[in-house]
Structures are given as structure tokens and as C-alpha cells.
Design a protein around this ligand. Structure first.
Ligand code: ADP
Ligand code: AMP
Length: 213
């Protein structure tokens, strides 16, 4: 099963994508996580991506598309995957559609996690992320057992540089201008399904499972 997660930054795409990946035994692929791992390791790609990420802007399509296509060509993607944070522009979606078409494949579902902008700033300020294993928490809604320490791998959690309120506002603008049009794109492809992302994370997940079966 090939799934795309759509939604504003902070809507809960990553949180749900990880639960989907566990339940359906498919890899969770987050372009944001791939960029952050590269930044952490000081690679050229990381240096380039950071310039855009810190400004709340999108990393250019050429860079992002290459990384994603390389990743989905790997062996563990044979039975599908859940994409989190890709595509974020119409050109990215078109490249993915074309690449899948060539293989006689297609996206099965684009799950739109719907959360109004008012709720987003609040969520992002409390987000804490583990750069070692990719887990995400919230200081109020999804707390860790020990403050500041990842439940899954024991590493120290970080507050993402791009989760500052000014940057979040910019990212929301970028989302509305460049990413929201994907809702129409995947509606036209007949694969869009929307869920109410303002619910508790378990209820959001139940709604997604009803869709995916
Ligand atoms: P995205 O991947 O869409 O940017 P995340 O999954 O990282 O979003 O979620 C953003 C923040 O909101 C995180 O701190 C996460 O723990 C929290 N969160 C995710 N889902 C919910 C939910 N249903 N209710 C409350 N907080 C949530
Ligand atoms: P995320 O972890 O999905 O919130 O992504 C964090 C940041 O990484 C975004 O604000 C972008 O700067 C960059 N990024 C992640 N995925 C993409 C993508 N598909 N296209 C362009 N930039 C991306």
C-alpha cells in the first residue's frame, strides 16, 4: 500500500504516519527527517537544506525529488510506504506520479489530516523531536515519561529550529500557497481522503484505519 500524508505543518502527519507504518509494516519516509539527519551529520545536502528550512521555506524541488526517488527505490519499499512531507508542491507530485506510472504503480491513498491554522501554532510550540530515532512528542498532549528524553531510544529531545512562532507562520503561508493545491490534485486522482486532525491522536488514527482497511 502506498500512502501520502497531506496536511499543514504540525497537523500530525508524522505522528499518524509512524502509527500507520507500524500497523501495516511499511516504511515511514519523511523528507524532513532525511534533511534533519543530513544536517546533524554535517553533509553538503544538510548544509544546503538548512538554508531553506531555517527560513520556513521549501527546499528546492530538484534536491527533494532526487532524495525521495532514491529512497522509494530501495528494497524495503517493495510492499509500499507512507510518505510524510512529500510531495509538498505540484511539480513534486507530478514527478512522483510519473515515476510510479512507469512502474505500472500508483498512490493508493492521500490522507489529508485537516487541522485549522489556529490550532497549529499551539501544537508547534510544544513539539519536541528526537533526531536520533525520529519520534515526536508534545509537552502537553503527548508527553514523554521522563521530561526531555525520548521514550523510544533514550536520546535527548530537541525543539526544532523551525518551530519558532515566526517561522511557523511563514511555513503556514508556504503551505497554503504551495502545498494545499495538492488536495485538488489528489481529489482529481480519486485517492484523497480527509480526517479531522483536531481529535485526540488515537481517534484520528481510528478514522485513518477505517479508510485504509
Ligand atoms: P507534522 O508531521 O504534520 O508536522 P507532528 O506529527 O510532528 O506534525 O505533530 C505536531 C505536534 O502536535 C507534535 O508535537 C505532536 O506530538 C502533536 N500532535 C500530533 N497529533 C496530535 C493530536 N491529535 N492532538 C494533539 N497533539 C498532536
Ligand atoms: P517537516 O519535517 O516535514 O515539517 O519538514 C521540515 C522542513 O523540511 C520543511 O519546512 C521544508 O523546509 C523541508 N522539507 C521537507 N520536505 C520537503 C519537501 N517535500 N519539499 C521541500 N521542502 C521540504
Amino acid at each position: 500500500m502506498k500512502i501520502i500524508m497531506l496536511g499543514a505543518p504540525g497537523a500530525g502527519k508524522g505522528t499518524q504516519a509512524k502509527m500507520i507504518a507500524d500497523k501495516y509494516s511499511i516504511p515511514h519516509i519523511s523528507t524532513g527527517d532525511i534533511f534533519r539527519a543530513n544536517i546533524k551529520n554535517g553533509t553538503e545536502l544538510g548544509k544546503e537544506a538548512k538554508k531553506y528550512m531555517d527560513q520556513g521555506q521549501l527546499v528546492p524541488d530538484e534536491l527533494t525529488v532526487k532524495i525521495l526517488l532514491d529512497r522509494v527505490a530501495q528494497d524495503d519499499c517493495k510492499n509500499g510506504y507512507v510518505l510524510d512531507g512529500f510531495p509538498r508542491t505540484i511539480p513534486q507530485a507530478e514527478v512522483l506520479t510519473d515515476a510510479l506510472n512507469k512502474l505500472g504503480e500508483k498512490i493508493d491513498y492521500a490522507v489529508n489530516v485537516d487541522v485549522p491554522d489556529e490550532n497549529i501554532i499551539n501544537r508547534m510550540g510544544g513539539r519536541r523531536a528526537c533526531v536520533t530515532c525520529g519520534a515526536t512528542y508534545h509537552v502537553v498532549y503527548i508527553p514523554t515519561k521522563v521530561e526531555g528524553i525520548c521514550d523510544r531510544c533514550g536520546s535527548a529531545l530537541i525543539l526544532r529550529d523551525d518551530d519558532k512562532p515566526e517561522t511557523v507562520k511563514k511555513r503556514l503561508d508556504v503551505y497554503h500557497a504551495q502545498t494545499q493545491p495538492l488536495i485538488d490534485y489528489y481529489t482529481a486522482a480519486g485517492v484523497l481522503r480527509s480526517v479531522d486532525g483536531t481529535q485526540d491522536m488515537k481517534d484520528v488514527f481510528n478514522d485513518i484505519v477505517k479508510i485504509l482497511g
